[in-house]
Design a protein around this ligand. Sequence first.
Ligand SMILES: Cc1cc2nc3c(=O)[nH]c(=O)nc-3n(C[C@H](O)[C@H](O)[C@H](O)COP(=O)(O)O)c2cc1C
Length: 421
Amino acid sequence: MPDPQSRQTSRRAFLRFLAASPLFASLDLAGCTGTGGSADAAAGRQTGSPGADPSLITRVEDALDVFDFRAVAQHNLPPAHWGYMATGVDGEATLRANEEGFARLYLRPRRLVDVTTVDTRIRLFDRDWNTPIVMSPVSGQLAFHPDRELGSARAARAKDTLQILSTVANSSVEEVAEARGEPTWYQLYPTSRWDVTQALVARAEHTGCPAIALTVDLPVDSNRLTAARLARADTRDCTACHGTPAQRESTYFTQKPMFRGLSLTRKETRAPALTWDFVIRLRDITKAKLVLKGIVTHEDASRALAAGVDGIIVSNHGGRAEESGRATIDSLPEVVEAVSGRIPVLMDGGVRRGNDILKALARGARAVCIGRPYVWGLAAFGQAGVERVLDLLRTELERSMRLAGTPSIKSIGPASIGRAS
Ligand SMILES: Cc1cc2nc3c(=O)[nH]c(=O)nc-3n(C[C@H](O)[C@H](O)[C@H](O)COP(=O)(O)O)c2cc1C
């Protein structure tokens, strides 16, 4: 057994290694005390058993719904990291609307239908999937668990689920493809530098990513007040992981694995001059399927079609971009109508239960993406938590489909739901 002195020394050496690692430097918002001796502690996580609070589950299998993971995630994470995940913008009306939008829709279940078997398979581009549930791109997952995007990828592999990797992940597209067992879709943030876009797209294509999802809803930074408040309330010293506030500001993107070797100023990380010309240019340089993430109107859906886009994700960034106050489930029908079956339409925002997924499918979504729920699972239990979230939602969807008398995806349609006035 190593003596306590040498344990202290190696602990310090480990923390020095972590602090110097670009992985930790690239955490998204806030950082770490670095006073423990594990990756958990260095990421600022509380790893003490939540058992003292009987309302918190201590084993993944005890989770009854995704909210059980949210509670443990909040317990585990330091305030700044929790705030980064939970935040909306301004008064968070859009964040709330996303969830409430589903509650305003009711199901119109059909009776006396044989629901012995249920079929949740869908086809997206050239690939069949067993479930219409997709993992939205979520940046900086090392802020939530040492398993980071690799834990999510392994869970996606175990549950045969489509994962979309964020541009600003703490893991590279290559290592995520390896953990996933096949290339994921790659989410692309536009920057003000075309050469950077070209390099990112080339790297994703070289890895074999079949689709690029261009996020078009954040031309400038949004006003994330909960994140800012909880970062301010977080009294830990974050310098070891994130550098000084000035360094943090300048290295937000460039410390991320996908930006290694690319120089980019903080200002250049956003693309306020982004227009449809960018989409057309991007269309020209990639053979991958091109999906636009963040479309919420029929006007833009029609323009996307004209620009030769292959798919749309109706999204308001989980209420983290503009404060429109409109739920994505309510934006979905006009986009679906404009597209009229020519390309697949996916949606995300506020999906928390199987019933929500059924309602989105009824409104014409080909697939439904989740963001926070799987990251709650990750923050709570790492890969195992993500797996359980995917299982729970799929089981809930299957139960909802049976109880609604719609045992296959194609049997779900506009008549499956109604809207409370
Ligand atoms: C912590 C966090 C980080 C995110 N990072 C990205 C990102 O890097 N790129 C992106 O296109 N969307 C990002 N999103 C938005 C998600 O892809 C997705 O649109 C949203 O989470 C869906 O809403 P939901 O969280 O209610 O499921 C992020 C969302 C969260 C919560």
